[in-house]
Design a protein around this ligand. Sequence first.
Ligand SMILES: Cc1cc2nc3c(=O)[nH]c(=O)nc-3n(C[C@H](O)[C@H](O)[C@H](O)COP(=O)(O)OP(=O)(O)OC[C@H]3O[C@@H](n4cnc5c(N)ncnc54)[C@H](O)[C@@H]3O)c2cc1C
Length: 254
Amino acid sequence: MSQDDALIIVKVEKENDDTTSIYFTGPDMERFKNRKPGQYAAIRIYKDGGWSAPHPFTLSSSPSEETLRMTIKKSGEFTSSIPDIEPGTPIQCSGPYGQFCKDIATSKEIVMIAGGVGITPFLSVLRHFRETVADNQVTLFWANKTPDDAFAAKELEEFTRHLKLSVVHVFSRVAPADQTEAPEFTDNRPGKISHEYGRLNQAMFLRHITSVNASFYLCGPPAMQQTVLEELSLYGVEPGKVDKEAFVFSPKTK
Ligand SMILES: Cc1cc2nc3c(=O)[nH]c(=O)nc-3n(C[C@H](O)[C@H](O)[C@H](O)COP(=O)(O)OP(=O)(O)OC[C@H]3O[C@@H](n4cnc5c(N)ncnc54)[C@H](O)[C@@H]3O)c2cc1C
């Protein structure tokens, strides 16, 4: 593909020190029109006279948005170059791919569990729910080290005013002296915000989930997924009943 046929990055937005969103658009957007929230695509970026190797990232925008968006955390060489990209840079994008969250809108009661940047498929789903005024009951657990890592916290808080969404922020590295209560809201929002400290565990599930029969979705690093599945099992949810996405991308496949 030549640079002329490529899509173009139109905006680069820093989410926090480690995470950046890129927005891109251009010709041949038709194939993204019917994508499902939670799907991913593979991108190559034009740099120094050549195309990068392909890398997969979730499309974090809602399917109805004309501009595609990916939210990317620094991990290795390619992802660390993302914050320095200039708008106007050509980008190739193949996809959309994937089945994660495929039928999520049909579930009345949903539990989403995200570790770090594993929030991206759920952001896509919740942006879609916000636009469609969905009335699904959603509990989102988002595990991060500190509040600074929870880059989408404000947007999620906004969603709780309009959706039946409860957000449980789980912070693993906050000193006891800095552990605060979640704010109490006086407006008539259907959802709410809670804070938990430590690693996600069975006790947290007991405090925030009302039914083991909800539909469970999990996205995060493999080690986090393993412990979450063990804790869910203690709570009464079998690992096979959890829809999972791991952001595992082998450097060998580049
Ligand atoms: C379906 C899917 C969806 C994804 N969605 C997102 C998303 O929305 N946002 C996001 O930020 N990421 C996402 N990812 C992950 C993303 O694709 C990778 O983080 C990215 O491709 C890594 O590229 P890199 O060159 O920066 O890092 P790499 O160089 O590939 O390094 C990645 C990690 O592997 C380690 N590593 C590198 N080489 C080796 C080696 N030889 N041996 C052992 N370890 C090594 C590095 O230290 C680093 O920790 C997704 C992945 C998949 C599969």
